[in-house]
Design a protein around this ligand. Structure first.
Ligand code: G6Q
Length: 550
């Protein structure tokens, strides 16, 4: 398999075909497609359990879709999916299998990495998580002074924070009544101080979540929290108030956490794919292990769908192909995710890491710099809030930004007609982006509103909307552990498919290293114990900081 960079014409046949399809199709209006085909929505909607994925409001027709599917086939996608599920070392720069799918394998199928079935160790950790989360929830595992642990603090960053944080927030409705969850991630002392100020050491459990157990932010925060606890309750209290989630027993022990209080995971689980592992411990404590299992089951349902469905019926594949179509042919290098659900407000930041850390790469799997666009920038926020902030640009900006709308038909809080209003908004936005409003239509509307001829002439362009702006709609029945598990897994596999098509390794993150290296060098310079050579901007800023802190 060669990269897309390769000049071999046969290898990039589908890509070339898509370039010509783009020329044919770029001006075609979705309005027209919907008018011409009354079955368009039905044709381009996929179902999975209670989830409905409507991708009909995208700029494609049957021929475009066929060419996109040919691209996936040409990139040997089915084979690549098989390789991931069979534990091949597809993370080629780190020589690792990529087996987050094993963490939620609810069948008795064996899954191998390096010739070893990984399922027994996964199931063992799950059993340990169940036992511990139940014991905390039911007050059997108590604090040092015998009080129930009701404040659960996850200390972690990046993949060891964003996933459990987002899931806890999304499932807040299911939290045990007497339990509160807190998250400390940022190295900024404020993050620690603001949480600790609220807590009573006697009722607080710290979960130190770090795959490597070498991450400076997490270890610094964990040290501060450990000190806070020891000051209040003494060194002997640590075993009752600190647990670790990690792959690194040695560092956990060195840090001063009893290895018996460690929940293990493995290097075949990437940080940003780890919420299904021991990293989900806070979720299990907050919402109960049964709900944590439902989360896994939702993801497993998607894994089975992804593994077994034909490309044309495969939701993550279609999500990915639409993204490729816009990113690489329309040059639309960003997309936005808008959950119309307050509980999902942190989903966009979670997806930002999932997508941007996975596919923000410039070297392909054959060690060549790529000459095509890879991962897009992702942003988002909860609807309807964001309608009142960045939607202006989505509707009238000069660049097209594809949108994913996510909405549950039923809210956990059906108060008055709040949810009907919210639903009407999400549907209206999708329709408005697709249809737009022509200059002539805007003029007519202004005339109907009694505006003068001059005003109509002046305002008609400002009031027009180009339309033809694409969106997907994910309609769920309700946000619960199962549907959330499905949703997250759909995006994980979407990102994987795009990585396959771009021929990049979605599972390393070397781009975060350079800044870390430089920070280590600059720290002693700020503390005045070293002097370093920098560009004039960095040097001047170091000097200014030192002056201000004097
Ligand atoms: C995710 C990344 C990164 C990682 C953090 C925390 O895929 O690898 O976000 O999760 O840097 O790392 P540790 O869990 O090792 O502390």
């Amino acid at each position: 398999m060669f990269g897309l960079n390769n000049k071999d014409k046969n290898n990039t046949k589908a890509w070339k075909k898509l370039q010509s399809e783009y020329k044919r199709f770029k001006k075609v209006e979705m309005r027209k497609l919907f008018a011409e085909d009354k079955n368009r929505a039905q044709k381009y909607t996929l179902h999975l359990n209670d989830l409905i994925f409507d991708y009909s409001k995208n700029r494609f027709d049957e021929k475009v879709l066929e060419s996109l599917l040919n691209l996936a086939a040409e990139r040997q996608l089915p084979q690549k999916i098989k390789e991931m599920f069979e534990g091949e070392k597809i993370n080629n720069t780190e020589h690792r299998s990529v087996l987050h799918i094993a963490l939620r394998n609810r069948s008795d199928r064996k899954i191998f990495s390096g010739g070893k079935d990984v399922m027994p160790q996964i199931n063992e950790t799950l059993a340990k998580m169940k036992k511990f989360s139940d014991a905390v929830r039911f007050g059997e595992f108590k604090g040092y002074t015998g009080k129930k642990l009701v404040n659960i603090v996850n200390i972690g960053i990046g993949g060891s924070d964003l996933g459990p944080f987002m899931v806890c927030e999304a499932l807040k409705r299911y939290w045990a009544k007497d339990i509160n969850c807190y998250f400390i991630s940022n190295i900024d002392g404020t993050a620690c101080a603001e949480v600790l100020n609220k807590l009573d050491p006697e009722t607080t459990l710290f979960i130190v979540a770090s795959k490597t157990f070498t991450t400076v932010e997490t270890l610094t925060n964990a040290k501060t929290c450990r000190k806070w606890l020891v000051n209040a309750l003494g060194e002997h209290a640590v075993d009752k108030h600190f647990v670790a989630l990690s792959t690194n027993k040695e560092e956990v022990t060195k840090f001063g956490i009893n290895p018996e209080n460690m929940f293990e995971f493995w290097d075949f689980v990437g940080g940003r794919y780890s919420l299904w592992s021991a990293i989900g411990l806070i979720v299990a404590i907050a919402v109960g292990f049964e709900n944590f299992e439902k989360l896994l089951e939702g993801a497993y349902a998607v894994d089975e769908h992804f593994r077994n469905s034909e490309l044309k019926d495969n939701i993550p594949v279609i999500m990915a192909l639409m993204g490729i179509w816009y990113n690489n042919f329309f040059n639309a290098h960003r997309y936005t995710v808008i959950p119309y659900d307050q509980y999902l407000q942190y989903l966009p930041s979670y997806l930002q890491q999932l997508d941007m850390e996975s596919n923000g790469k410039s070297v392909d799997k054959q060690n060549q710099f790529v000459n095509y666009a890879t991962g897009p920038a992702v942003f988002g926020g909860a609807g309807t809030n964001v309608q009142h902030s960045f939607f202006q640009l989505l509707h009238q900006g000069t660049e097209m930004v594809p949108v994913d709308f996510i909405v549950p038909a039923i809210s956990h809080n059906e108060i008055g007609n709040h949810h009907q209003i919210l639903l009407s908004n999400v549907l209206a936005q999708g329709e408005a982006l697709m249809r737009g409003k022509t200059v002539a239509e805007a003029a007519e509307e202004l005339r109907q509103a009694g505006k003068s001829k001059e005003e109509v002439e002046f305002l008609k362009k400002y009031k027009s909307f180009s339309g033809n702006r694409p969106s997907n709609t994910f309609l769920l029945k309700k946000i619960d552990a199962f549907s959330l598990g499905m949703l997250i897994a759909l995006y994980e596999h979407k990102v994987f498919v795009q990585g396959v098509i771009w021929n990049i390794n979605s599972f390393d993150q070397m781009g975060v290293e350079l800044g870390k290296q430089l920070a280590v060098k600059i720290l002693p310079e700020l503390e005045g114990t070293a002097y370093g050579e920098h560009d004039s901007s960095t040097s001047a800023l170091i000097k200014a900081i030192k002056l201000m802190r004097k």
